[in-house]
Design a protein around this ligand. Structure first.
Ligand code: GDG
Length: 458
């Protein structure tokens, strides 16, 4: 069996508690052997390319430290201030700086220099996400002939937005060095094809293979899942049960609505608060019957747009609470910190509504975790944005347009009064797919498709 070389910006070691993605990749690394390579998250004065190998629970990781320039230009710059906003349709926030683009290329070359000697001829190489678009092409330049696949965890933007990126053509051509490119949904596959065919003159063959000059690359829509069984187990843990009791007690019979998101403008938190406020205004009789708990651990705090969203949300939560709170009731509990996964599982289970309303999201795993944590006898209702990749797999959620406060308000009302039979019927369909198309299913789909790419001159 081929070893697997996973390459991503950040690396998750074999120890401790992890999200589904890390667990699934660890399992693959344990079963097949291999290495997970990426940035250590540490800063050094001068890049040395020195690799730190670790082995924990049968998983080998290999990490390198980056220097200030790399972190500023590659990570905070091109990845977080250029590509992330553009790929989430926010060209108003995207910053196009040649230094960022240069630092991104340089860091990818450094990664390629460092990891290529670790790759053996039969290894499958699997590169992850927008930090690493050019890595495959750089590996090819260093003589790596292996099958190399790439998976994008975020959306692929429409052609008309992508053309605003000065390096779009260069990046897309570099992507064609991979053998297989995976996206969460057919929509992102189509957008990618649209760019290659209409801007670069490529052609699509057999429905899933793009051809441009001598390059040929397969495409796959392959939605990521969660480790549903593990999440259901977490929900049964002591911590989850205690959390459930504590949270339920704290709302004294009111319906809890929960949101859990990294503090990021793509997650639509501002619009969510406004939709919830609209619900409070439109339904005065329900006002004191609900509580919104928004858990939003800060992320990317050194980027300006993230500092702005933090202060906007604090202001908004304060205003809504100020306008609507009563002596014994506060409408929004806004918590700016992260919690362990077993605590989250208990919170999901205690919540009558999971409010997941990103403006744009590659998939959204919180939606699936919320479903996995529900009580089969008395499940809560998932309200999900149409613009999350997950919407396609989860038509039995209440799908909403997060830009419309009215739609969000209506959906909250509908969820609150939904009869138990309907909640169960919807949940049963949702949980079936969350269980069937879990993270192992996703990993297998991708790696089997990569193995199936014919041997050809690379
Ligand atoms: C990217 C794409 C795509 C959140 N707060 C806490 C916590 N979390 C966990 C959740 C969930 C994960 O973080 C978030 O996953 P999402 O999918 O919602 O979003 P991104 O982080 O933006 O991930 C996304 C994903 O990649 C996978 O391809 O779905 O579209 O943007 O698992 O539970 N975990 C803990 N404490 C918290 O407070 N422990």
């Amino acid at each position: 069996m081929s070893r697997i070389i996973v390459i991503s910006n950040r690396v998750s070691t074999g120890g401790g508690a992890h999200g589904g993605l890390a667990t699934a990749l660890h399992a693959a690394l344990r079963e097949n052997g291999g290495i997970w390579f990426g940035w250590s998250g540490e800063r050094v004065e001068q890049f040395t390319g020195l690799i730190n190998f670790q082995r924990e629970n049968g998983v080998t990781t290999a990490t390198v430290d980056l220097d200030d320039h790399d972190i500023e230009e590659y990570y905070n710059g091109y990845a977080n201030r250029t590509l992330w906003p553009l790929f989430h349709y926010r060209i108003d926030l995207a910053e196009y700086e040649r230094d960022f683009a240069g630092g991104y290329q340089r860091t990818n070359k450094r990664f390629a220099d460092t990891v290529s000697p670790l790759i053996e001829p039969e290894d499958l190489v699997w590169v992850h996400d927008y930090h690493m678009f050019p890595l495959g092409a750089e590996l090819r330049k260093r003589g790596v002939r292996n099958r190399i696949g790439f998976f994008l965890h975020i959306p692929w933007p429409p052609r008309r937005l992508l053309v605003t990126l000065p390096e779009a053509e260069e990046l897309v051509k570099a992507l064609l060095a991979y053998d297989l490119i995976g996206f969460h949904t057919p929509e992102w596959v189509e957008s990618f094809c649209d760019y290659v065919c209409h801007e670069l003159g490529g052609t699509l063959e057999g429905g899933n293979e793009l051809v441009l000059g001598k390059r040929r690359v397969r495409l796959i829509a392959c939605p990521i899942g969660i480790d549903a069984a593990e999440f259901a187990k977490l929900t049964e843990s002591d911590t989850a049960r205690q959390t459930f009791e504590r949270v339920r007690e704290s709302v004294v019979g009111r319906a809890l609505i929960v949101g859990v998101d990294r503090l990021d403008y793509s997650k639509g938190l501002e619009e969510r608060f406004l939709g919830y406020e609209r619900f409070l205004t439109d339904n005065p009789e329900e006002r004191k019957e609900v509580v919104l708990l928004q858990i939003a651990p800060p992320s990317r705090a050194s980027v300006d747009s993230y500092q702005r969203i933090r202060s906007t949300l604090e202001g908004l939560a304060g205003r809504i609470n100020g306008a609507h709170a009563a002596l014994d009731w506060v409408p929004i509990r806004y918590v700016n910190q992260g919690y362990p996964r077993d605590v989250l599982a208990g919170v999901y289970r205690a919540s009558k509504i999971g409010l997941v309303t990103p403006l744009r999201d590659g998939m959204n795993l919180v939606a699936k975790e919320y479903v996995a944590a529900q009580d089969p006898e008395d499940p809560g209702v998932l309200i999900l944005s149409r613009f999350a990749g997950a919407a396609e797999q989860m038509p039995d959620a209440l799908l909403v347009n997060p830009y419309s406060a009215e739609e969000m308000s209506d959906a909250i009302r509908q969820a609150l009064i939904m009869p138990r039979e309907e909640r169960i019927r919807r949940w049963e369909t949702l949980i079936r797919d969350v269980q069937e198309q879990d993270v192992v299913w996703w990993r297998t789909q991708f790696t089997e498709a990569l193995k199936a790419v014919p041997e050809r001159a690379r």
